[in-house]
Design a protein around this ligand. Structure first.
Ligand code: PMP
Length: 400
């Protein structure tokens, strides 16, 4: 039997997509013009689906620092953190992240995906129980598999359901780790972290929060939803990424636990992969400075998010959450979503097409994300273009 036989169904589905709308999962940015514009299919396109929340990918300070690091330290570290890949810049970055978050220890990982894998597998083992929100990101699901722990899913953003499931655990001595996200990547909704804190305390569980989409976005200092809810001290482990608000790549995990450094010699996704490049470490540090010194970026991001949210609702679109930098529009099915996605791209607006298995509960979405770098004129243009395709999109969406 052919080794790809198991994918025949998926390949056929992909072929149908290609025929109908081109490949939504292989869009090529032929040239970047700014954090919010690129040339796609030879055409100037507004980027409205890139997680570039603070618009820092072209920030002159980040670029300067990154370029200087390449010149001074070379293009790559050529090794893992436990071999030749720990540079002073990694140590400095970890100190800065820990300081920014007010946590005792921070570890830097090569991607946000690995930060989740590495933290979960470092914390939990076969004797433990992990309780995860049903809408968790793939990296949380994958990390859980690596641990060998018993995994229990609770209903999305539902502390009462978590409470019920924790109460059912008979062996009170077993280690229990609850995992939630700050802002959820598909619908843009926020976790009620203060309520989760109450529940985890009642049951003597640990709490890990992935602030991938909320770092730089939520809280007065951008530390995430736990900051916004005033419960940072009760979050035992916080994970995040450098690939969204900070405009680079890499991830972090931080904690006040006195033994958290143990992950450095037990967590394989930390140990057995090359460390972030010097340019990455430098641009992340520069971006952290921007995040700290320019709170107006966050203000602008939320102003843009509210304008877009109101504008889309006024056009008749149903958004999946209250105003948030992630705006998801539910489509009736894959064909409707694909058609709408293509129409928008043809009109010079790039958004993400999100379909199963990448979405919770099999929903099909147009997933949009706002940036502080979107100008008023770009927002007007985005809304104008959505307005032009609205009748078509809303008709196909309603048909389901
Ligand atoms: N956690 C969440 C909630 C995410 O949405 C993502 C990326 N979309 C990640 C982790 C992984 O981050 P990265 O892309 O930086 O590897």
């Amino acid at each position: 039997m052919d080794i790809f036989e198991k994918y025949r169904g998926l390949i056929a589905r992909h072929d149908r997509m290609l025929e109908a709308a081109g490949d939504p999962f292989n869009v090529c940015m032929e040239r970047l013009i700014s954090p919010t514009e690129a040339i796609i299919d030879g055409k100037r396109t507004i980027l409205f689906g890139t997680n570039n929340y603070l618009g820092l990918t072209f920030d002159p300070h980040c670029i300067e620092q990154s370029a200087a690091a390449v010149r001074e330290q070379g293009t790559g570290t050529t090794g893992s953190r436990i071999a030749n890949g720990t540079y002073k810049s990694h140590r400095d970055l970890e100190t800065e992240i820990a300081g920014y978050l007010g946590k005792r220890t921070a570890l830097v990982f090569s991607t946000g995906y690995q930060a989740n894998l590495g933290t979960l597998v470092g914390l939990a083992g076969p004797d433990d129980i992990i309780l995860i929100d049903a809408d968790s990101h793939a990296s949380i699901y994958d990390g859980c598999k690596l641990t060998g722990a018993t995994v229990i899913r609770f209903r999305h953003n539902n502390p009462a359901d978590l409470d019920k499931r924790l109460a059912r655990i008979e062996n009170k001595e077993q280690v229990k780790l609850v995992v939630v996200e700050g802002i959820y990547s598909m619908f843009g909704d926020m976790a009620p972290i203060a309520e989760f804190v109450d529940v985890k305390k009642r049951h003597g569980a640990f709490l890990m929060v992935d602030e991938a989409h909320s770092f730089g976005v939520s809280g007065d200092h951008g530390r995430g939803v736990a900051e916004a809810e005033g419960v940072e001290a009760d979050v035992d482990f916080v994970v995040g990424t450098f690939s969204k608000s900070l405009g680079a790549i890499g991830g972090y995990a931080a904690s006040d636990h006195p033994d958290f450094d143990t992950l450095r010699f037990v967590s394989r996704p930390y140990m057995f992969t090359a460390s972030p490049s010097p340019a990455t470490a430098a641009s992340v540090r520069a971006a952290l400075e921007c995040m700290r010194d320019r709170p107006e970026l966050r203000t602008r991001l939320w102003e843009n998010a509210r304008r877009i949210h109101q504008g889309l609702e006024a056009l008749g679109f149903e958004t999946c959450s209250p105003a948030s930098p992630i705006i998801a529009l539910r489509m009736s099915d894959e064909v409707a979503a694909l058609t709408a996605w293509r129409r928008l791209l043809d009109h010079g607006i790039y958004v993400n097409l999100a379909v199963p298995p990448g979405t919770p509960n099999g929903v099909c979405l147009l997933r949009c994300s706002v940036s502080a770098a979107h100008s008023n004129a770009q927002i007007d243009e985005i809304l104008r273009r959505f307005g032009e395709v609205a009748s078509e999109i809303l008709t196909v969406a309603d048909a389901g």
